[in-house]
Design a protein around this ligand. Structure first.
Ligand SMILES: Cc1cc2nc3c(=O)[nH]c(=O)nc-3n(C[C@H](O)[C@H](O)[C@H](O)COP(=O)(O)OP(=O)(O)OC[C@H]3O[C@@H](n4cnc5c(N)ncnc54)[C@H](O)[C@@H]3O)c2cc1C
Length: 402
């Protein structure tokens, strides 16, 4: 990364934030022959040490409750499995999806009805989701304790872990080779034109000011701070999510789906007798941007008892690694906010992905690059995610959030 000065004083597109969303957008722009402009990605921390992208669990699922979110994940699966083709580069290694599937477990009729309704949406959109009775779950996955469970929902096609870091690395490499510039620096203010209808320039902490034709806010959990620089209110805040990796004394005899316990705790297969659990405390406020402290008591008092009750073999386990990361949590509906601001037309959102941004990054990067190039979407119509729904307080209710 260039840590000195930008090569130009003006860019056709400036992307603030070089995490997976900024990288994906820059990459799609750089590959589109119809786009000939200069692109700059500005990243305040090129180590990405605290970016959501570095703390992710990197899983994808088709089990959403809106057809659009299912379609977004379908493109993610195609993109990951055919990354070399999409990047048009024979150096790119073949990636696979570790298809253990997500297993949603319902312990009451209300949740079972949500699974049934979601199943209809998913199957209509082409996903291979199956509803399983308690007996069917027990037959396929005998390690679960299921006394309280009424229904399960699982899909083992294009649903599981993928190597998001490899996608991220290759997108940055390919786009830099195609002329995208990356600059280490923190954007501290935005300047609008006299009528307030466009962003003219960004100013860095270094004092440099760079003119932009269009500007993308891809600043993850800090998205609301960036939006506020344009005088725009965005309901996105950093919320803490914990991850634990553990090894089991007696590994399970078959792959463990990413199991979403009715309590909200989730646990999944890594491989080689290693597993991963995640969750968050009921008290779930916005946290300071630099607060990544672990809550060790939460594992002991909450997460471990839940997973050991659900899977009795997990009584005998030991934590090997743990970390806290931040969701860019959209308090309106935990869904993306994309597209242009209705009045500041050259200011684009790419925000609020909560717990599903890694898998959404191919479709979101593609769609944002289309909007930047053509002023419209040419593949998936992402307009339901536009900022207008924030102004009208019209959430997109997504029942399958984690
Ligand atoms: C614990 C955890 C588990 C997750 N698991 C999954 C999962 O299994 N599947 C899935 O799909 N998603 C998952 N996610 C969500 C996913 O990781 C995120 O949605 C995604 O990484 C968001 O990428 P981003 O580029 O928007 O944000 P980030 O990765 O946070 O990148 C934003 C970048 O902007 C930079 N920035 C901020 N402000 C400025 C500024 N003023 N100037 C310059 N740069 C700036 C930051 O330094 C940062 O690098 C998980 C997230 C967490 C925390």
């Amino acid at each position: 990364m260039n840590t000195q000065s930008p090569q130009h004083s003006a860019y056709d597109v400036i992307i603030i934030g070089g995490g997976i969303m900024g990288a994906s957008t820059a990459c799609f722009l750089s590959q589109n022959p119809d786009f000939q402009g200069k692109v700059l990605v500005i990243e305040r921390d090129p180590s990405y040490a605290f970016a959501s992208t570095s703390h992710t669990n990197s899983c994808m699922r088709q089990q959403f409750s809106t057809a659009l979110n299912v379609q977004i994940s379908q493109f993610a699966a195609d993109y990951v499995k055919n990354l070399g083709h999409h990047l048009n580069d024979s150096r790119v290694p073949a990636l696979t999806i570790q298809n253990f599937g997500y297993m949603y477990l319902a312990a009451d009729e209300a949740m079972a009805n949500v699974l049934r309704a979601n199943h209809k949406v998913q199957v209509a959109a082409g996903a291979a989701t199956q509803l399983l009775s308690r007996d069917e779950i027990a037959a396929a996955y005998p390690f679960y304790q299921l006394d309280d469970i009424l229904l399960g929902s699982i899909n083992t096609v294009d649903e599981g872990y993928f190597d998001g870091q490899a996608v991220f690395d290759w997108q940055r490499r390919i786009s830099r080779e195609a002329g995208v510039e990356y600059l280490a620096g923190e954007v501290v203010s935005l300047t609008k034109n006299a009528s307030g209808t466009a962003i003219e320039s960004v100013t860095l902490a270094s004092g440099d000011t760079l003119a932009c034709g269009q500007l993308v806010n891809a600043t993850g959990p800090r998205a609301a701070v960036t939006a506020a620089m344009a005088g725009v209110a965005l309901p996105v805040e950093p919320r803490k999510r914990f991850t634990w990796m553990f090894s089991a004394a007696e590994p399970l005899d078959r792959p463990l789906p990413l199991t979403i316990d009715p309590s909200g705790v989730h646990v999944r297969e890594i491989g080689g007798g290693v597993y991963q659990a995640g969750g968050h405390t009921d008290y779930d406020p916005a946290v300071p941007f630099d607060d990544f402290a672990m809550d060790h008591s939460f594992w002991e008092s909450h997460v471990w008892p839940i997973i050991a009750t659900r899977i009795p073999q997990f009584e005998a386990i030991k934590v090997t690694t743990e970390w806290a990361g931040h969701y860019a949590y959209n308090t309106l509906d935990q869904n993306a906010v994309t597209g242009p601001h209705p009045e500041i037309g050259n200011f684009l959102f790419l925000n609020g992905f909560s717990g599903h941004g890694l898998q959404q990054s191919p479709a979101m990067g593609r769609g944002t690059a289309e909007w930047l190039t053509y002023g419209e979407y040419r593949s998936l119509d992402l307009s339901p995610f536009h900022y207008e729904r924030v102004l009208t307080n019209t959430p997109i209710i997504e029942q399958a959030v984690i």
